[in-house]
Design a protein around this ligand. Structure first.
Ligand SMILES: [Zn+2]
Length: 160
């Protein structure tokens, strides 16, 4: 399948303290549950104090002006780790898509699969800790795929 490129302009909105991040400036990106999906909020490293309702977070920086949209494996990993504990079918789809990126980046390695009724699960190993994650292979309709990828790009500010 061909990957479609989505051009989504996503700059950081800045920190709740009012600071707007300059080019290449470090900040903390955090995801919070919001209805069926998630909200992304950014913080100065010095303002960040991990609110109790944080779903996942990672340290990153704003892109430089001449920088192309890049992969952010740290962001992808942080979100995947939180999603991998989810039973919700929609969130399992996101976890599966992120696991593909993590396999491509060699952060996760597939070590096997198992079937349970009609469901198939991939066994993925995280190096160097050798932690095993079980990820369900979801049914994702073609018309659904674009929307899921778009959501991941929006939340993570990373190609997936
Ligand atoms: Zn701040």
């Amino acid at each position: 399948m061909m990957m479609t490129e989505y051009k989504i302009a996503k700059g950081s909105a800045g920190c709740p303290c009012g600071r707007v991040f300059g080019e290449g400036e470090p900040f903390v990106a955090a995801l919070f549950e919001a209805g069926d999906s998630f909200d992304r909020r950014d913080f100065c490293p010095s303002c960040w104090s991990e609110p109790p309702d944080t779903y996942s977070f990672w340290h990153t920086r704003t892109p430089r002006r001449d920088e192309k949209k890049r992969e952010n494996p740290v962001a992808v990993w942080a979100f995947f780790e939180a999603l991998s504990r989810e039973a919700d079918p929609q969130r399992r789809k996101l976890a599966f898509l992120l696991s593909l990126t993590l396999q491509r980046k060699r952060i996760l390695k597939m070590t096997g699969s198992r079937r349970e009724g009609t469901r198939e699960y991939l066994l993925l190993e995280k190096k160097p800790e050798c932690t095993i994650f079980e990820v369900e292979v979801p049914e994702i309709r073609d018309d659904e795929m674009a929307g899921l990828r778009e959501e991941l790009v929006r939340l993570l500010d990373s190609t997936v």
